[in-house]
Design a protein around this ligand. Sequence first.
Ligand SMILES: Cc1cc2nc3c(=O)[nH]c(=O)nc-3n(C[C@H](O)[C@H](O)[C@H](O)COP(=O)(O)OP(=O)(O)OC[C@H]3O[C@@H](n4cnc5c(N)ncnc54)[C@H](O)[C@@H]3O)c2cc1C
Length: 529
Amino acid sequence: MPARKLKAVPSETDFVVVGSGVAGLRGAIELAEAGRVLVLAKNELTESATQYAQGGIAVALSDEDDIGLHLQDTLQAGDGLSNPDAAKALVEDGPARIQELIEWGTAFDRHGSTLTFTREGAHSRSRVLHAHGDSTGREIGRALQAKARRLKSISFCDFEFISDLWLQDGRVRGIELVSPAGELHRVSASAVLLATGGLGQIYRETTNPSIATGDGVAMAFRAGAEISDMEFIQFHPTALYVKGAPRFLISEALRGEGAYLRNMEMMRFMAKYHDMAELAPRDVVARAIVHEIERSGNREAVVYLDMTHLESSRVQARFPRIHATCLEYNIDLITDMIPVRPAAHYAMGGVRTDLEGRTSLPGLFAAGEAACSGVHGANRLASNSLLEGVVFGARAGKAMQESLGESRSGKPASNPRATAKSAAAAAECEAAISAVRELMWKQVGIVRDGKGLRQAVAELQKQQSQLCASPQRRAQEARNIVNCALLVARSALAREESRGAHYRLDFPAHDDARFKKHSIARGDSIRFE
Ligand SMILES: Cc1cc2nc3c(=O)[nH]c(=O)nc-3n(C[C@H](O)[C@H](O)[C@H](O)COP(=O)(O)OP(=O)(O)OC[C@H]3O[C@@H](n4cnc5c(N)ncnc54)[C@H](O)[C@@H]3O)c2cc1C
């Protein structure tokens, strides 16, 4: 429950922004000159994936780099499925959006007065800016929030859970929310920006914070929007694997700075799997780790990240947050190896948008991880998502300005209604969520096959039909988790090939003729185009 409330939610505004991560804040700043902007978040404003982003933000700004190379690396990671126009918009707008972040007070790390760039997996150049070593997202979020708070037309409401879009005559007219007290309200607006982040919580093992329950994607799907590329889930190869500890991310940047991966026999193994060894694309590294674990015959096996050969002062200065977190579990990365395994990390798919964040529903826009602009294709290049948030958040904000005044005919039929809480219903809800997360990890995870996917779809359909109908927040999150899990499983079953982060044992190769296309889910159908 919230310790404080920022403000009462109005029943009407010009623009609603759902989410206070990098995409929502950047969208709100762009909208501020056009009208009143209401930014809503379901927890504290600072609780978002953005806060946990460690490695950095990719941008072609260093002397050794250029926009063409960033584009090339982005398209290559996307494995034939990135939308080249979206990727071009990302890398071309990137430098201006970063300069703007600097002007607004983001303190990226520097050597003297020169920005320092690090290199991450599948990047051909050092192009990843970072802040306070490994707290890049937190620093960007801080600067964006400070900027947004200086703009009078933006107001914030935290601890407000948006349960659904408010749809009338085929147009999104606002949002429906459940207050912490369990009351339902509607807020009408000319346009709504969904910037609700990812859906890692549909998996048992995930680096994502608890807010990442796919709410935006699920509510857009229920409202009839097109949802694209849901089968592509990026599994981060290296999450801390210690019993009882959350799956804290051990950033790719450690490997960028020279960390080795070692198997149970303490042997380096990545060179067997890819020319770029530890810096191979994430899906290759994640599958290599799964293979090494299976090869060991011990399902509980882990692999290790080894930094012990690197200069200790550099490691401490570069990764203070990771160092401190590992120490909480008695692992000192100066002297010890870090036990790691893969975990669900990033959703390439989401609410389908054009290059300006427009979805298939009038009045509805999406940006950031909840959206699928096609930038990432079948796999995301590391550190491209914070950049996507600022670039497409700004683009969506600009496009939304045109909607001003378009939908105010609908009456903001506020419908406050207290809802009963029941301990039994809450327990039922948690049990359903755990079952889905386990099923997704086992059958719709890093390595998939048709049999497992068919079983998963059937089981998830059953789960969906048995969900308890309650407007309480956790019941709504359960519904969103099941809706998103089903979208991922159905899309994965429909894509009978392997590409990017989607790997099927029964279809291990690309099938360009049938599947060099995006999957688009709407209602019961999935088509490829
Ligand atoms: C551990 C970790 C490390 C990462 N490291 C990097 C990195 O180094 N570089 C990089 O580029 N990317 C990284 N990523 C990915 C990146 O952080 C995210 O993709 C990005 O921050 C998403 O931003 P967003 O604005 O779309 O969503 P988020 O930052 O997740 O914000 C979502 C917002 O939506 C709100 N919300 C959600 N549902 C509702 C609802 N129903 N009602 C009201 N509000 C709601 C939340 O309260 C929150 O404010 C990392 C991700 C994780 C988890």
